[in-house]
Ligand binder design. Structure first.
Ligand code: HPA
Length: 273
């Protein structure tokens, strides 16, 4: 077996040794959104640094553990804290947990993040359902030798964020009275927030929100034939649209303000997944 497959296998077996039930739904909780893990009942915690071959998160406000338990009557595995390319890890390393979740039996991955609003009809505190993403950074987690066991060399990317499921999410959000926006997530590596000129470009190119995560994980999930749903919490308007300087504290604070609606929405997504 190739070394990536061996590493996935070892991480999978370690996690499985801690669990009594197999989760079919995976959640990745973004900046300031880790609070959702508190809604998980009968939680089993698995620290990333216990798991063979896992990188260790360095960013402030990211806990760095799996929380496995019951949410809306379903077993879920949530990542409280994720890995970012800007931390210095490779694209393969930041998406390794997605490979492992697939290996333990996850079929549907729900990715969440904090993002800056580019679409001028958005405001800080809005939630956006991701319809697609743009990654022009030149970095892809699929560059390198393809493991055919994990997915095809040239995977289709025309429906990464499942359109049929997204329709249902919009219907359910409307039923709950949540004004869920829709849009394209424009990925930048960070760690600097974008310049106003970059934000303008992102808008011209079709981006509705900018952020520093999600796109690599979503691509690997699609490569692994997982169903993907993405939710961005618009924590601020992006640089140049918002006149004041951006900072991480503000991002976390806004995410905190919308946590009730965010939790309600994600619970509904888990329920219908
Ligand atoms: N840009 C990139 N990432 C972000 C932003 C932003 O404005 N806000 C929260 N995460």
């Amino acid at each position: 077996m190739d070394s990536l497959l061996i590493k996935i296998n070892e991480a999978q077996h370690y996690i499985e040794s801690k669990l009594s039930e197999k989760p079919k739904i995976g959640l990745v909780l973004g900046s300031g959104l880790g609070i959702l893990a508190d809604a998980i009942e009968s939680p089993v915690y698995i620290q990333y640094d216990e798991i063979p071959h896992f990188p260790i998160s360095t960013v402030q406000g990211h806990a760095g553990r799996f929380v496995v338990g019951n949410l809306c009557g379903k077993t879920v595995i949530a990542m409280q804290g994720r890995f970012h390319y800007y931390e210095g890890y490779s694209m393969q390393a930041i998406t390794f947990p997605v490979r492992v979740m697939k290996a333990i039996g996850v079929e549907h991955l729900i990715l969440t993040n904090a993002a800056g609003g580019v679409n001028k009809s958005f405001k800080a505190g809005d939630l956006m359902l991701i319809t697609d993403h743009i990654n022009l950074t030149g970095a892809s987690p699929l560059i390198g030798k393809n493991e055919d066991e994990l997915g095809p060399r040239f995977p289709d990317a025309s429906n990464i964020y499942d359109k049929t499921f997204n329709k249902r999410v919009l219907e359910e959000a409307s039923r709950l009275g949540i004004d869920l926006k829709e849009g394209v997530y424009f990925y930048n590596t960070g760690p600097a927030y974008e310049t106003p000129a970059e934000v303008k470009l992102a808008g011209i190119l079709g981006g509705d929100a900018v952020g520093m995560s999600t796109a690599p994980e979503a691509l690997v999930a699609a490569h692994a034939s997982l169903k993907v749903t993405g939710i961005s919490c618009i924590t601020n308007m992006a640089a140049g649209i918002q006149v004041t300087a951006l900072n991480h504290k503000e991002v976390v604070e806004t995410a905190n303000l919308v946590k009730k609606t965010f939790i309600e929405l994600v619970k509904k997504i888990v329920e219908i997944a």
